[in-house]
Design a binder for this molecule. Structure first.
Ligand SMILES: [Zn+2]
Ligand SMILES: [Zn+2]
Length: 170
């Protein structure tokens, strides 16, 4: 195991926990399976995560699929499953965590996860969604109701006026 990389993930996340260990091992496995090399640039690797929990932080650190570059998206399904795409070579896979036996403590669970070969922890399936498009710079509009500037992909045209999603739901 790459301790330095683990420490980097822990530092970013704020604590060491089983969830982070899951994201860490998924990232390590994705690097191998999708032939992700160390010279990754912004947006080369995209992750659509089916969980919004701790593990996504490891993915942001290790695969550089970050929220801010639009390379990390959450498609919440309540599953420890990560759809990971490599734009450099077109490879993609969905990494689904296998059932893990119960442990007395989080500490033990985390240690167990980190001690396993990543390929033993996950089942590799086909991604549920196609390759995501690169982040777009959207035009924006002023919402007719609240007056706030809103990206074009988050407004509706209602009776000829742009209404943001927040105002539409009110
Ligand atoms: Zn955590
Ligand atoms: Zn509004």
């Amino acid at each position: 195991m790459d301790n330095k990389l683990w420490e980097k993930a822990v530092e970013f996340h704020g604590h060491a926990c089983p969830g982070l260990a899951i994201g860490f091992q998924a990232s390590i496995l994705a690097k191998k399976v999708l032939e992700i090399h160390n010279n990754i640039e912004d947006e080369d690797i995209v992750c659509i995560s089916e969980t919004d929990a701790c593990g996504v932080d490891a993915i942001q650190v290790i695969l550089k699929a970050t929220m801010g570059t639009g390379a990390l998206k959450i498609d919440y399904k309540g599953k420890q499953a990560f759809n990971i795409y490599n734009r450099k070579n077109g490879k993609s896979a969905r990494f689904v965590l296998n059932n893990i036996k119960d442990f007395q403590s989080k500490e033990e669970r985390m240690k167990y996860i980190l001690s396993q070969d990543p390929s033993e922890l996950f089942t590799i399936k086909n991604t549920t969604k196609d390759f995501p498009a690169r982040a777009k710079i959207y035009d924006s509009y002023i919402c007719h109701k609240c007056g706030e500037k809103t990206a074009a992909n988050a407004v509706d045209l209602v009776d000829g006026n742009y209404i943001c999603f927040s105002c539409r739901e009110m």
